[in-house]
Write a protein that binds this ligand. Structure first.
Ligand code: ATP
Ligand code: MG
Length: 363
């Protein structure tokens, strides 16, 4: 892979905060798509370990972030990202990503930041009230820098990220209006077409599976842990006896089946039904127990996660090679983003020492 961005290919940028191992929400919301896009060969894909963003609400606990850099890297490779096809890099080692936000922050109002619904919900969840770090409030600006530094047009994400993409588009449009077109690219989100995957619920039925909520199934969970988590999942509280009619809406077991099961899984593990629609119909009518549904879900998930677990184990044997790979990816990210940064500085006109028309005036 060459060091400059491969502009003949469509460019992708995404990332994850290294605040813990990656879970099924990451997988269906974004990671699975990244692997798919990588394997088409049509994209130049950058995947970022967002340690600077993770620090915005973990400034007092940097050890957690440090410990999770390789964990997230392992999850990436286990899920199927390949370093010779996808550039994996560490955010904090790419200087352009700390310089660009300085320029962009002048193009965003405080009231616009305060209206960001995802940030609002996250502030509430973290009980920040009067202790809200400035860095956390402004992380959407930093995210705009991450995306635009690589001129990414596509950002595969879960739907919680839509306000960030919108904010990025606004920054690009303001930048273009003031400093000229042709440098920054307005990105668009790539969302899963499966609505259960756009924002995967937690095992407790909470609206989002999230590291911070402790309601996750992790990609690295072993077979026993996975089974245990599935068997103790929240279901329909009104479905007490097997014969009772059940509800499949807002029932995480059925939401996960929606996200993960295929008709082949029915043929292999649950031949009583041809597909999920038939199974749902029986549950809603009454007569299908939660245990049977959970056992089926367990078979589906074990089959999906087993190869991921195996790859993870293989890659974990050589941590030195992982670090080397991250270093190489980061070097490429630095070069590509520095090109954009130089163009941005030129467009703003603060390139005093290498702008001939400026120098000619004085020398
Ligand atoms: P944290 O709790 O530290 O914010 P998180 O679990 O929300 O962590 P992020 O690192 O913030 O994870 O998100 C990384 C990517 O994964 C984003 O694209 C996000 O949209 C996607 N994602 C995270 N959780 C889910 C989910 N439950 N469903 C779908 N996509 C998700
Ligand atoms: Mg998050």
């Amino acid at each position: 892979m060459s060091n400059s961005a491969n502009t003949e290919k469509k460019i992708i940028l995404t990332g994850d905060r290294p605040t813990g191992s990656l879970h099924l929400g990451h997988y269906v919301g974004s990671l699975r798509k990244r692997v798919e896009l990588q394997n088409t060969g049509e994209y130049d894909q950058f995947v970022m370990i967002a340690d600077l963003q993770a620090l915005t609400d973990n400034a007092d606990n940097p050890g957690k972030i440090r410990d999770n850099i390789l964990e997230v890297t392992l999850d990436y490779l286990a899920a199927g990202l390949e370093p010779d096809k996808t550039t994996i890099f560490v955010q904090s080692h790419v200087p352009a990503l700390t310089e660009l936000p300085m320029f962009y922050s002048n193009l965003v109002t405080v009231s616009r930041l305060e209206r960001n619904p995802t940030v609002k919900a996250e502030i509430k969840m973290r009980n920040f009230e009067r202790s809200l770090p400035v860095g956390f409030m402004t992380y959407p600006i930093s995210q705009a820098a991450d995306i635009t530094a690589f001129k990414a047009r596509y950002v595969p994400v879960g739907d919680d990220q839509l306000p960030m993409i919108e904010q990025t588009r606004e920054i690009v449009s303001n930048f273009n209006r003031i400093y000229g077109e042709g440098i920054l690219v307005e990105p668009e989100a790539i969302l899963s077409s499966n609505s259960a995957c756009k924002r995967l619920v937690g095992t407790d039925g909470n609206a989002k599976m999230s590291k911070s909520l402790g309601n996750c199934i992790y990609l690295k969970d072993d077979a026993k842990t996975l089974k245990q988590k599935i068997m103790s999942m929240y279901t329909d509280p009104l479905h007490i006896n097997v014969s009772d009619p059940g509800h499949t809406e807002n029932n995480p077991v059925f939401i996960y089946l929606e996200a993960f099961s295929t008709d082949d899984d029915f043929a292999n593990f649950m031949p009583d039904y041809k597909n999920l629609a038939e199974m749902k119909e029986h549950y809603e009518r009454g007569g299908l127990g939660d245990m049977k549904c959970k056992k089926f879900l367990n078979s589906v998930m074990q089959q999906m996660l087993e190869p991921i677990r195996q790859r993870r184990e293989e890659y974990a044997k050589d941590k030195g090679a992982l670090l080397e790979m991250l270093k190489k990816g980061t070097e490429r990210a630095v070069e590509v983003s520095n090109e954009t940064l130089a163009q941005v500085r030129n467009a703003i006109g603060i390139n005093y020492f290498d702008d001939k028309t400026f120098l000619d005036k004085y020398i």
